[in-house]
Write a protein that binds this ligand. Structure first.
Ligand SMILES: NC(=O)c1ccc[n+]([C@@H]2O[C@H](COP(=O)([O-])OP(=O)(O)OC[C@H]3O[C@@H](n4cnc5c(N)ncnc54)[C@H](O)[C@@H]3O)[C@@H](O)[C@H]2O)c1
Length: 237
């Protein structure tokens, strides 16, 4: 398949995990990929280091992509962070950091790309989580951020759909990536609550998620707008 030939795709979170695998997948299908991450990104056509918490730097970063290629066809907002926390122990600083990367970062990357995506009749694929579609213990801020991503996906899809922009979302379940290390159960909690989020059969692999991102980002998904693909191996079914 060469679904991304002549397409310029931005992938955030491209240094690791699902973002890394999605950058590989889009390139393997002919795409030119700009990998954005707070960490250095290898094996993309253009790598840009950006901390999404530095929101003033988002628009200049997108301008840099336009300077390099003159168009943007696809934005995959994949960068994300999270943690488990007892509600009693959550801090405003950590709350703001998770919302800042997962929700605010996703929104303002989308806003900065919007005029260019309308011009190219392109699309956005966001990253939610089963934590945003179903209850997940000790995850108030992470779940709120991912529920927010679903809400903004649907809102932007409807607002811009008649102008030719599609906005969709992938909701992964448990996938084997570095983010798992950020989710350590708090001490002295009821660990039986974990059972509801343990992968049904096995954890997913990043490439299996990249396939869902590539589908939604491609013309194969031309009639999909505002949808959430839950890719969790059936865990929440
Ligand atoms: N792995 C899972 O089980 C799982 C499940 C549901 C949802 N997700 C979501 O998938 C997405 C990708 O996560 P992953 O599993 O590949 O984890 P990962 O930790 O391997 O990758 C996340 C990437 O985001 C980047 N990032 C983090 N904060 C950033 C910031 N401030 N600015 C720029 N880049 C930043 C990291 O450097 C990293 O490269 C995230 O949005 C995550 O919430 C993952």
């Amino acid at each position: 398949m060469n679904r991304f030939e002549d397409k310029i795709a931005i992938v955030t979170g491209a240094a690791s995990g699902i973002g890394r695998a999605t950058a590989d997948r889009l390139r393997s299908e002919g795409g030119t990929v700009v990998g954005i991450d707070r960490d250095p990104v290898d094996d993309v056509d253009l790598a840009i280091q950006l901390d999404l918490l530095n929101q003033d730097a988002i628009a200049p970063t997108v301008a840099q992509v336009m300077d390099a290629y003159g168009r943007i066809d696809v934005l995959c907002n994949i960068a994300g962070i999270g943690h488990f926390s007892r509600d009693e122990d959550e801090t405003l600083e950590r709350w703001n950091r998770v919302i800042g990367v997962n929700l605010t970062g996703t929104y303002f990357m989308s806003q900065a790309c919007l005029p260019h995506l309308l011009e190219s009749q392109g699309n956005i694929v966001n990253t939610a989580s089963t934590a945003g579609t179903h209850a997940q213990p000790w995850s108030s801020v992470y779940s709120a951020s991912k529920g927010g991503v679903i809400a903004l996906t649907q809102t932007m899809a409807i607002t811009n759909g008649k102008s030719g922009l599609r906005v969709n979302c992938v909701a992964p379940g448990g996938v084997e990536t570095a983010i798992g290390a950020q989710f350590t159960p708090p001490e002295d909690v009821d660990l039986t609550l974990m059972t509801r989020i343990i992968p049904f059969e096995r954890a997913g692999q990043p490439a299996e998620l990249a396939a869902a991102f590539a589908f939604l980002a491609s013309d194969d998904a031309s009639y999909c707008n505002g949808i959430v693909i839950r890719a969790d191996g059936g865990t929440m079914t």
